[in-house]
Design a protein around this ligand. Structure first.
Ligand code: GLC
Ligand code: MG
Length: 239
């Protein structure tokens, strides 16, 4: 990872994954380049669920796997957990308190996940999400709330999220010189897409991402899924 020259930092569901033909075409294209592209997967899924997807879709094992909307990081061939990152986040993290608040909000349904490094719920009504935010503020809990796809409500430790986890990896391995493309399709990708690096919103993105202000470093692809990543890679790096 230290010597990486080219990096793809991508969300999985709805971004890299979604169309197997364009996925194959993207990796064939990468195989035909003179350089190697290191992979960072950044997903909302928890570790086991991300591994299942990697197996089901026959995806290359990444150099870095960031799971749980940026609250856990796994590195290297054996995907070992980055404990410095988890310990840093655990310091002011109160999942039980968050769950207690959540149970008092009508319309908020727990995702019943097997992990505690984030608290995730379902809500289809935005006023429910705002009521939850107000209740968390009143309880003086430190948190970051991310609403995506008009359905998923993720409560994360304040210093985490996909953007902050990606930035942590770029700093850790001093990758500021590498050619990087960041790719996403929904609200939980916003923070990483707006870090200021070359980024792509794939053609099939959720409305909440399309509402993002236009910015020169954020390319809006016409093509969907991996086809959008491929289109943006050409736009930024093979002119
Ligand atoms: C993935 C996760 C889910 C999370 C959502 C949004 O779908 O499985 O738990 O809420 O991403 O981040
Ligand atoms: Mg997605």
């Amino acid at each position: 990872m230290d010597a990486a020259t080219h990096l793809l930092a991508t969300d999985l569901d709805g971004t890299l994954v979604g169309d197997k033909y364009s996925l194959q075409a993207l990796f064939n294209f990468y195989d035909n380049q003179t350089y190697e592209v290191s992979l960072i997967y950044i997903t909302g899924r928890h570790y086991q669920s991300a591994l299942s997807l990697i197996t089901e879709e026959n995806l290359p094992v990444p150099d870095v796997l960031i799971t749980d909307v940026g609250t856990a990081i796994y590195i290297g061939d054996s995907l070992e957990q980055d404990l410095a990152w988890s310990q840093h986040l655990e310091q002011s993290w109160l999942p039980q308190k968050i769950d207690t608040v959540a149970r008092q909000i009508p319309g908020l349904v727990s995702q019943e996940l097997p992990i505690t490094n984030r608290c995730s719920y379902y809500a289809t009504d935005e006023t429910v999400v705002e009521a939850f935010r107000t209740a968390l503020d009143q309880a003086e809990i430190s948190y970051k709330l991310i609403y995506s796809g008009g359905r998923d409500v993720d409560i994360l430790p304040a210093g985490s999220g996909k953007g902050q986890a990606l930035q942590y990896i770029l700093n850790k391995y001093q990758l500021d010189e590498a050619k990087l493309l960041v790719a996403g399709d929904s609200g939980n990708d916003t923070e990483m897409l707006t870090l200021g690096f070359p980024s792509v919103i794939v053609g099939n993105a959720q409305p909440e991402l399309l509402e993002q202000q236009k910015h020169p470093s954020i390319y809006r692809a016409t093509n969907s899924y991996a086809g959008g990543i491929h289109e943006a890679w050409r736009y930024f790096y093979t002119k």
